[in-house]
Structures are given as C-alpha cells and as structure tokens.
Design a binder for this molecule. Structure first.
Ligand SMILES: NC(=O)c1ccc[n+]([C@@H]2O[C@H](COP(=O)([O-])OP(=O)(O)OC[C@H]3O[C@@H](n4cnc5c(N)ncnc54)[C@H](O)[C@@H]3O)[C@@H](O)[C@H]2O)c1
Ligand SMILES: [Zn+2]
Ligand SMILES: [Zn+2]
Length: 382
C-alpha cells in the first residue's frame, strides 16, 4: 500500500512529504492508521545532526544509510492490519506507539526495565526488527524510520513490540502525547528524581518534556517547583502546569532556591533543555542540596564529550547525576497508568497542545517549536 509521510533526505534540510510504498507486514508486524503525531524535539536532533549514525556505525545497525528517514516517534492511531502471529492487538484497537520497543523476553523487560529493552539496539536501524528487511521505500530507495516508528506518516508499519494497546474511550491526541513527552517528563520527576512530598524541584527547559516534569513534581506533592527557561514566554505555561517560580537564568534561580530552602538548596534538578550542553551540568549540580539528584533527560549531541563538574562537591556532598530514558518507566505499564491519571483529573494533557498542524505543515510546526511558541505541537491526520 501507499502512505504519505514526512521524510528527511539530508541534515539541515526541511521535511519533505513523499508517497511511500509500504510492504506487507510480516508475521509479528502490523499497520496502524495514525490519528495524531507529536512534534518532539528528538526528531529535530536528527535534522541538526545531533542524532546521527556515521558511516562507520552503519554495518552495526545493518543499514546502507541513516538518511533518508521517516520522522516521528510520538503518536497514536487505530490498528488497520495485523500479521499472522501478532499477539494482544487486533484490527480496530486503539494503540499508542512506543519509541522503545518492549519484547517482554530480554533481561531488561523481565526485570521491570522495559525502557532498556534489548530491541532498543535497533532504534537507529532502518530494517524491521523482525528480519532486518526494509519495508518502506520511495521510488525504490529504502527508508529508515525514527525509533523503528516514523509516526509522521498516515500509516505506519511496525513491529508488535512498538505498540501499546489503550482503552478506546481516550481521545487519541491525549494518547499520542503520553507516548513520549508525558511519560518521559512525568517519569523523570516521579521515577528518576524520586520527588517526594514537600521537595524543592528545579526543571530546566519548559517544552513538551519539561512541562511534564513540572507536572510529575506537582503530582508527587513538591512544595517548590522552580522552572528555568531562557525563553521568558514559557512562564505562563510553566505556572499552569504547577511551577511555583520561574526564572530565565540559573544564577537567579539559585539565589531564590537558596532563599526558599534556608540554604539547603533543591532536592532535585531535572534537565529537559532542547539541546543539553556540558556547561549545564555544573550549575545543575550546584543548585541541588547535599544528597541531591540531577536527572539528565534532554539529549546532548551524540558527539559531545566535555562536561565541567565540581567532582569534589559530587562525592563530598553525596550527590548523584542520573540519566533517564522514557522517564525510567516501563512503556507498557506507564502509558495506561498515565491515561488513568488523566481520566481522574490528576494529569493535564489537553493543555499541553499549543498548536495543531496538518502533515503538510510539519516544517511550520518545527519552526514554531524552535521559536519557542509551543509546549507541544501535534500533527492531525484526517
Ligand atoms: N530521555 C528521553 O527519553 C527523551 C525523550 C524525549 C525527548 N527527549 C529530549 O528532551 C529534550 C526536550 O525535548 P522537548 O520536546 O521538550 O523540547 P522543546 O524544544 O519543546 O523544549 C525545550 C525547552 O528548553 C528551553 N531551553 C533551551 N536551552 C535552554 C537552556 N540552556 N536553559 C534553559 N532552557 C533552555 C527552550 O527554550 C525550550 O522551551 C530534547 O533534548 C529531547 O530530545 C529525551
Ligand atoms: Zn520524544
Ligand atoms: Zn525486551
């Protein structure tokens, strides 16, 4: 079958809408008719080259090239066709995608760490997880897909490990947001920073991920939620999601945190800036208290190696720095849990959507994200 999809042909280029040929789904694969796809910053990292697979890496991911690639890894839709051996989902079911597949069998899945599933090794590969074969082409050219998904497409052909069935009474735009930004942001606060009632939490960068880290801190009862964004226009939304304070610089935030904690400093600092650079780590480590935690959720360019840190302070004050992928939760448990929180009014999802776009307007959507106009932009498929 054919589908229209947003394809990136080279770094620093615009997304181009192409007619893509989809092959037949293999036994463990399915086709989903997409309803919504979120515009997460991670796809922009592919455009800028922060996420890349250099030539020497291609043999390891079994790919002839990294680009062209169908973008998108956040989204939701309705199952359209299933392979002969697909378990757990049928035609007509509503599903969220999962940018980390979960096989249920590997060491990580079987110990409650599905966000680290070994199938994640295929994230940058273009061939299907099941057999490494490409089933997406434009005029015969094989296409990679962001995180084995490529949600910027009317129909997606994916492995069953990449979808999560959800109740069909949830609005699919809300489901789409939960599949990456919400699970990642809320989990960064609840699971990785382990925010407790009465805590002081600092969140750096108020986009789709940071707004949800603020929400996670609010849901766990944080007393002070200090948002930092270099873009002052993010204040209103930060406060809507639960921030008690807002600053455009770390220095101003640090003085205020010192004041509000009587010199103890923050219990945790969650970094969700659009592009994480090494110079953010030092101030983050300084803004947390003794035994404080820094969570690094935002992505740094893959090639970045330099970080400046006060290592004496790290050990003598018993601090820790923790990375986090998918909010350090299990996608198959976390997506339904968060939707339940939405249903009972504890989690705000509708308010995250700041602009809606057609697939043809995807480049406008990413411009708006880069201009700081969005918390989350979302593509609506007709
Ligand atoms: N770890 C994961 O599993 C995971 C999942 C999804 C996204 N991400 C990453 O999280 C990051 C945020 O994604 P997003 O979609 O929310 O992006 P976004 O562009 O919507 O928001 C980023 C925000 O950070 C702000 N910002 C940029 N530099 C800053 C700085 N130095 N100090 C303070 N604020 C700054 C921007 O003004 C913007 O408001 C990206 O790097 C993305 O790739 C990680
Ligand atoms: Zn994402
Ligand atoms: Zn697994």
């Amino acid at each position: 079958m054919k589908t229209r999809a947003a394809v990136l042909w080279g770094k620093h280029q615009e997304w181009k809408i192409e007619d893509v040929d989809l092959g037949e789904p293999g036994p463990t694969e399915l086709v989903v008719k997409m309803a919504y796809a979120g515009l997460c910053h991670s796809d922009e990292h592919v455009v800028t080259g922060d996420i890349d697979a250099p030539d020497e890496m291609l043999p390891f991911i079994g790919a002839p090239h990294f680009l062209p690639l169908i973008g998108g890894h956040e989204g939701a839709g309705v199952v359209h066709q299933v392979g002969s051996a697909v378990l757990g989902v049928s035609v007509g079911d509503h599903v969220a995608v999962s940018f980390i597949p979960s096989c249920g069998l590997c060491k990580w899945c079987s110990t409650g760490r599905q966000n680290l599933c070994d199938m994640g090794a295929a994230t940058l590969a273009g061939g299907m997880i099941s057999d490494g074969v490409y089933r997406h082409h434009v005029n015969g050219t094989p296409l990679n897909r962001m995180a084995q998904l490529g949600t910027f497409s009317e129909y997606i052909l994916v492995n069953q490990a990449s979808v999560i069935k959800v109740d069909d009474d949830y609005p699919l735009d809300a489901v789409a947001l939960v599949s990456c930004g919400v699970a990642t942001g809320v989990g960064s606060a609840q699971r990785r920073a382990e925010v407790k009632s009465g805590d002081t939490v600092v969140v750096v960068g108020i986009g789709g991920i940071g707004a949800n880290a603020v929400q996670g801190a609010r849901m766990n009862g944080a007393a002070n939620i200090v948002a930092i964004d270099t873009n002052a226009s993010k204040q209103e939304k930060a406060e809507e999601f639960g921030a008690t304070h807002f600053f455009t610089s770390f220095d101003d935030a640090a003085l205020a945190v010192m004041d509000m904690t009587r010199g103890n400093m923050a219990d945790s600092c969650i970094i969700t800036a659009g592009v994480v650079t090494g110079d953010l780590l030092g101030p983050a480590l300084n803004i947390v208290s003794k035994d404080g935690t820094v969570v690094v959720t935002g992505l740094a360019p893959m090639a970045q190696r330099d970080v400046k840190l006060d290592l004496f302070n790290l050990s003598m004050f018993n601090k820790q720095i923790r990375g986090s992928i998918f909010g350090s939760g299990n996608p198959r448990a976390e997506v339904p849990r968060l939707l339940t929180e939405y249903r009972r009014g504890a989690l705000m999802l509708d308010e995250l959507i700041t602009n809606r776009y057609t697939l043809d307007d995807i480049n406008v959507g990413y411009r708006d994200m880069n201009d700081g106009k969005n918390i989350r932009g979302i593509i609506e498929f007709g």
